[in-house]
Design a protein around this ligand. Structure first.
Ligand SMILES: [Zn+2]
Length: 160
């Protein structure tokens, strides 16, 4: 499999199944097949514009125009853990983690939730990131938050 032509920086993980939520979009992009029901068919056509298939795998173009590979939540968790404990993570906060995972070209709807989980379960973080401090930041409603939220909504709506 050739990965050099991909537009993402570090294609660390290469082959994976398409998450069920993204399946209709995948089928449409592959062979133009759509559900019989007209409304969902049109929805899929519209949403498919944000997606593309590279080497047989589905990618989503993010609001910041980064190609993101759609991954299963379980796999996403692993990616988050790697980033969090790895060289470029330095026990980053949950939102920083999600940002990095997305920048690295991975995408899945429950990322923020799982990033919070990773931070909560990390021994190295227990002493530093506790309660009130992080919570107020998390609910701050920054632009970044909103963009993420819109992205999340987008994928949740794919369900047919
Ligand atoms: Zn940590």
């Amino acid at each position: 499999m050739v990965v050099e032509s991909m537009e993402i920086d570090e294609p660390v993980f290469v082959t994976r199944p398409v998450p069920p939520l993204a399946q209709p979009i995948m089928s449409y992009l592959k062979d133009g097949s759509l559900p019989k029901e007209e409304v969902s068919a049109r929805q899929i056509q519209r949403r498919a514009k944000a997606y593309t298939i590279i080497n047989g795998e589905l990618y989503k173009r993010s609001v910041t125009n980064i190609l993101q590979q759609c991954v299963e939540p379980a796999e996403g968790q692993e990616i988050l853990r790697d980033i969090h404990q790895g060289e470029c993570g330095h026990h980053a906060s949950s939102r920083t983690l999600v940002g990095k995972a997305f920048q690295h070209g991975f995408y899945w709807p429950s990322a923020l939730q799982e990033a919070e989980d990773v931070v909560r379960k990390c021994n190295g973080c227990q002493s530093e990131v506790v309660g009130a401090g992080t919570r107020s930041v998390r609910r701050g409603g920054s632009r970044f938050d909103q963009d993420l939220f819109i992205d999340f909504l987008f994928v949740f709506l794919i369900r047919v």
